[in-house]
Design a binder for this molecule. Structure first.
Ligand SMILES: Nc1ncnc2c1ncn2[C@@H]1O[C@H](COP(=O)(O)OP(=O)(O)O)[C@@H](O)[C@H]1O
Ligand SMILES: [Mg+2]
Length: 230
C-alpha cells in the first residue's frame, strides 16, 4: 500500500510572501490508515489535497507518493492512484448508475452495486438494480445534498484507487450514513478533511492545519482538549 508524505512544503497562490497559504508543512498519511486534516475554514486543507493531485505545484519542499517525488511522475500516472470526493459532489444530468461509473468506466454490475451499497446510496433506492437508472437531473437537482454526496462517495469507492481523498464528505450526511461510510474506509489509505468529531475520532491520526502549518500527529483527546470543534 502507498502512503503520502509532505516534507517541508510551502505554497502561495500569489507572489506576495504574506499570502503564503502553507508554510513548511510536513506530515505523513500512512498506508492503510485514515489521516484526518482538521482546522478552521481557509486554513489550507483543500489546497493540500489539490497539491497532492498537482492541480497546483508546490513552491518548495517535496510531496512523496510511496516514497517517490510526485514532481517526477506523469500527471496521469499520479492521478490514477487517487479517488477524490471534493466539496462539490459534481453530479451530472444522467442516471445514478452513470454518475457512479464515472469513477470506473468498465465497472461490472456487481462492482456498481457493491460501491452503491458501501456508500449508502442503496438506502434511498428501494428497488435495485432498476433504481440505479433514476435520472439525477441537472446538477443532481433530483437528489438531496446528502444523496448527491453519497453518489460522489460511491464514484470514489468504485475506482478502487490506492488512496482516497475526501474533502468534508460528512457535511451533508446523517450520522448513521457517516458511520457506515467510515466502515467502508477501514483498512484503506485515506486523507479525510473533516469537521465532524465522529469522523475525527475514527481516524488513525489527526493533524490540525493552522496558520499555514500542520500540527501533529495528535490523538483525538489532544485535539478536543486544545481546539473547539462542534
Ligand atoms: N484558487 C485560489 N486562488 C487564490 N487563493 C485561494 C485559492 N483557493 C484557495 N485560496 C485561499 O487559500 C486559503 C486556503 O484555502 P483552502 O485550502 O480552500 O482552505 P480550507 O479548505 O482549509 O477551508 C484561503 O485563504 C483561500 O482564500
Ligand atoms: Mg476546503
Amino acid at each position: 500500500m502507498t502512503g503520502v508524505e509532505f516534507r517541508h512544503v510551502s505554497f502561495s497562490f500569489g507572489t506576495n510572501p504574506a499570502d503564503q497559504v502553507l508554510r513548511d508543512v510536513s506530515f505523513t498519511a500512512k498506508p492503510g490508515h485514515t489521516t484526518a486534516l482538521v482546522g478552521l475554514s481557509g486554513g489550507g486543507k483543500t489546497t493540500i489535497l489539490n497539491l497532492i493531485l498537482r492541480i497546483f505545484d508546490i513552491e518548495s519542499g517535496a510531496i512523496l507518493l510511496g516514497g517517490k517525488d510526485i514532481q517526477r511522475m506523469k500527471i496521469a500516472e499520479l492521478r490514477q492512484q487517487f479517488a477524490l470526493v471534493s466539496q462539490d459532489p459534481g453530479i451530472f444530468d444522467d442516471t445514478i448508475a452513470e454518475n457512479i461509473r464515472i469513477g470506473r468506466r468498465d465497472a461490472t454490475e456487481e462492482q456498481l452495486l457493491k460501491a452503491a451499497e458501501a456508500a449508502c446510496v442503496t438506502d434511498f433506492l428501494p428497488n435495485l438494480p432498476e433504481d440505479l437508472q433514476m435520472p439525477c437531473g441537472p446538477r443532481g437537482s433530483n437528489l438531496s445534498g446528502g444523496q448527491r454526496q453519497r453518489v460522489a462517495i460511491a464514484r470514489a469507492l468504485i475506482r478502487d484507487a490506492s488512496i482516497l481523498l475526501l474533502d468534508e464528505p460528512s457535511a451533508a450526511l446523517d450520522k448513521e450514513t457517516e458511520t457506515r461510510v467510515r466502515e467502508a474506509l477501514r483498512g484503506k489509505t485515506a486523507i479525510l478533511v473533516t469537521h465532524s468529531v465522529a469522523a475525527m475520532r475514527s481516524a488513525d491520526q489527526i493533524y490540525v492545519i493552522e496558520d499555514g502549518k500542520a500540527i501533529g500527529p495528535l490523538e483525538f483527546s489532544e485535539v478536543v482538549m486544545k481546539y473547539d470543534f462542534d
